[in-house]
Ligand binder design. Structure first.
Ligand SMILES: [Zn+2]
Ligand SMILES: [Zn+2]
Length: 409
């Protein structure tokens, strides 16, 4: 077998030769920001991108209206018989934007990284046919990361069932092979009281705004007793209609986050006690629901992370010795509990935080392209390591099982 390094050179050449198409793909998605679950333009743009090469089998609206799947292979391995194992490498694209501020999380660049890494790996595997495995590539377009967690629906629908190892990367303020992403669940709390004239007969009313305010304050008191990494934050979505009516209905939306998914139920129980206490105190009825599935924390995979770092360093990526403690959440967490994978973060040329207008600008700027394509190369090169060395794939799978056992303890 040829040296993995030669194959990695082909990955780089192939991605570089597609750089104009990749930037216009990313810019096209960036120019037309769409909210979670409504990403029809991004979906169509990505489907068109893969459909221009007949070697890809492209399925639009795959299992979800704005999800897609593009598959290639299996390519040839040494011997090319049925006895040569197939390794299915997955790359994920996200492409939802934020209300009001467009692609402020840079998901257009996530789509570009996924597409670029897939194109790069395919080009390299087509050129080097003496691999110990037959490589298959699956690109999944996973909508609605910011909101309802499209990856969780795709997981439940079996979209990840035949994928052996999965890759994506997310824009950030620094390069890191792993940053902790925390588990998240989001209750909606509804208080039902009774309207009354707020001046003439307030005693006839049951004040749902009082319940909402007490709940907010209960949680503020609770916060001091929580572990430092736990997070509780929310908004009052409905606070009543007019000052002259005792509010009969209010609604809160909260996010509850813990570093490990196994601790989420403790935090939920504590928060729910705060919500219920406010109802008891005011005489309101309370309804607590969780409209979306919980996001899991990301399970680390040390072997993949190390390989990614080595490949990244070879491309000039500098990884800070002490990466910051990011504590956002992603539906990739749920994926990481089912398929071994990594979700590195990458610098895009700005120190501005995600979810700001400055970040939106940076995500569309040409300056981000160098960092984006470098990240795609490092991911595809990590995939090359895995498909060139069956022993590495075995270690990746071992890491996955061990990390899962460790987290469940
Ligand atoms: Zn994001
Ligand atoms: Zn975001």
């Amino acid at each position: 077998m040829e040296e993995a390094e030669h194959i990695k050179d082909s990955v780089q050449t192939c991605i570089d030769s597609h750089k104009d198409q990749l930037y216009s793909l990313s810019l096209d998605i960036w120019s037309c920001p769409e909210l979670s679950g409504e990403e029809t333009h991004a979906h169509d743009t990505l489907v068109r991108f893969f459909s221009t090469d007949a070697a890809w089998t492209v399925e639009g609206s795959y299992k979800l209206p704005t999800a897609f799947r593009a598959t290639w292979g299996p390519g040839k391995g040494v011997g090319d018989g049925d006895e040569v194992p197939v390794v299915n490498v997955g790359f994920l694209c996200e492409y939802d934007a934020l209300p009001g501020i467009g692609h402020a999380c840079g998901h257009n660049l996530i789509a570009e990284v996924g597409a670029a890494a897939a194109v790069g790996l395919k080009g390299a595997v087509e050129k080097h046919t003496d691999l110990p495995v037959r490589v298959k590539i699956t690109v999944l377009g996973t909508p609605a990361e910011e909101d309802i967690g499209g990856k969780i629906d795709l997981l439940n629908a079996g979209a990840f069932a035949d994928i052996d190892v999965v890759f994506m990367a997310h824009p950030a303020q620094q390069d890191a092979s792993f940053l902790p992403c925390v588990a998240l669940d989001g209750p909606i709390v509804k208080y039902h009281g009774k309207a009354s004239h707020a001046s003439a007969a307030p005693w006839e009313g049951v004040n749902a705004l009082d319940a909402a305010v007490l709940a907010y304050n209960n949680l503020s008191v609770l916060r001091q007793q929580l572990k430092p990494e736990w997070r509780v934050h929310g908004v009052i979505k409905h606070g009543g209609l007019r000052p002259y009516i005792i509010p009969a209905y209010t609604e809160l939306e909260f996010y509850l986050r813990t570093p490990l998914v196994k601790d989420l139920s403790d935090l939920k129980a504590k928060a729910e006690a705060c919500f219920r206490a406010a109802a008891t105190a005011t005489g309101c009825q309370v309804e607590i629901t969780y409209p979306n599935p919980a996001y899991y924390n990301i399970l680390p995979n040390d072997t993949l992370a190390k390989l990614y770092e080595n490949n990244g360093k070879a491309l000039g990526i500098q990884f800070p010795k002490q990466p910051s403690k990011f504590s956002g959440s992603t539906d990739f967490g749920n994926v990481s509990f089912v398929v071994p994978g990594i979700h590195p973060f990458f610098y895009i040329g700005t120190e501005a935080p995600n979810h700001t207008e400055e970040y939106t600008e940076a995500a569309g700027a040409e300056k981000a392209q160098l960092y984006t394509l470098r990240t795609a190369k490092a991911l595809a090169m990590t995939a090359v390591d895995v498909v060139c060395c069956p022993d590495l794939l075995r270690r990746v799978r071992e890491d996955f099982s061990q990390a899962k056992v460790k987290q469940e303890k």
